[in-house]
Design a protein around this ligand. Structure first.
Ligand SMILES: [Zn+2]
Length: 363
């Protein structure tokens, strides 16, 4: 048996005992050494994003291969690995069509949530469709396509952002069509927004403007590569971006929260032809005001993204960490034992004590 944090009912995630899963030919059993809690897990806890009762939550694994399926080659038991939060099987038409994180079934029947009896899943499996990582062990499906070895010398904390936060945040920057010398505005500086800020700078933006309502987080934005920080509680962000750009508007804006207000502001700061790169997970319908949209004449682009997964994506992100270009270890602000995960959820969901990400360790 193993310990696992499972969804019981809205408002309750609890630690329980579950059997250690059997390993099929294409699977790998990974012993978790460190995992973490994502904002999406808090939506699950609150019942805002529905999952099956008894499902193990969590989608950010760092661990050691305990047992390999008979068909999985090129890895060794005992090897340190990560796997992306989205573990594609690369078999769906959507994956074959060039969108590996998608499995083509992003609306599955569900009794809850605001999307007409369906919920969006895209290709996200860990802690959503199958048992997740907040446990002593996780079964990684399609392991051959998804396991990425952790380079020697990197700590669990240094690579803990790779499976989701860094992959998603960097995708936000990659989707923003950034050119050298660009001005990019990043709305919301939670862990994903902070990674988008770092990614925008790495891609060549020379004016990265980070927006949040929390001065502590804006301080970290500077460390992650923001040139200018704006607190939306003390200024009009759209006016300020227009002033900073001499009235031109930003080349692109990255939305990293998932609300009408941030989406609309991201649209309003854009130059003609600018790109809005959306990362947020929205739980209500969005409205696009005619004025923010130049009545459809603005040549704007709107891109959306789900966290890219797969071993090659993970290898690249690990290479970024290994290069020292960015230090994401600073996002890990708190440590908990798996035994104390309920307390970790409480701290994280209320954003107490300057928390950004919590490292959860089973041992
Ligand atoms: Zn997540």
């Amino acid at each position: 048996m193993m310990k696992a944090a499972v969804f019981v009912e809205p408002g309750r995630i609890e630690l329980t005992d579950k059997p250690i899963p059997d390993v099929g030919p294409n699977d790998a059993l990974v012993r978790i050494t460190t995992t973490t809690i994502c904002g999406t897990d808090v939506h699950i806890l609150k019942g805002e994003y529905p999952v099956a009762r008894g499902l193990t939550i969590g989608h950010e694994p760092v661990g050691v291969i305990e047992k390999l399926g008979s068909a999985v080659t090129g890895y060794e038991e005992g090897q340190r690995v990560i796997a992306g939060a989205i573990c594609p099987n690369f078999n769906s038409y959507a994956a074959q069509d060039g969108n590996p994180s998608q499995d083509g079934s992003y609306l599955v029947p569900s009794g809850r949530c605001g999307c007409h009896g369906y919920k969006a899943t895209a290709g996200w499996r860990f802690g959503n469709m199958i048992d997740g990582t907040q446990a002593e062990y996780v079964l990684v499906p399609d392991a051959q396509a998804n396991l990425a070895p952790v380079p020697d010398g990197l700590t669990d904390e240094q690579v803990l952002m790779c499976p989701d936060i860094m992959s998603t945040g960097f995708k936000g920057a990659e989707n923003a069509n950034i050119k050298i010398g660009d001005t990019v505005v990043v709305f919301a500086q939670g862990p994903i927004g902070l990674c988008a800020t770092a990614g925008a700078r790495m891609l060549g933006a020379t004016t990265v403007i980070a927006v949040d309502g929390n001065d502590h987080r804006l301080g970290i934005s500077k460390k992650m590569g923001a040139d200018i920080t704006l607190n939306f509680k003390t200024c009009d962000v759209v006016d300020e971006v227009m002033r900073l750009t001499g009235g031109r508007g930003a080349d692109s804006a990255i939305e990293a929260l998932g609300t009408q207000a941030t989406f609309e502001s991201a649209l309003r700061v854009l130059k003609p032809g600018g790109t809005l790169s959306s990362l947020g997970v929205y739980s209500t319908d969005l409205t696009i005001p005619v004025s923010a949209f130049a009545a459809g004449l603005g040549d704007h682009r709107i891109n959306t993204a789900l966290c890219p997964g797969g071993k090659e994506r993970m290898r690249r992100l690990l290479a970024v960490v290994e290069s020292g270009r960015v230090d994401l270890g600073v996002l890990v602000t708190h440590h908990y034992k798996l035994d104390d995960i309920v307390a970790a959820y409480d701290l994280f969901s209320h954003q107490r004590d300057g928390v950004l990400k919590v490292a959860i360790k089973p041992a």
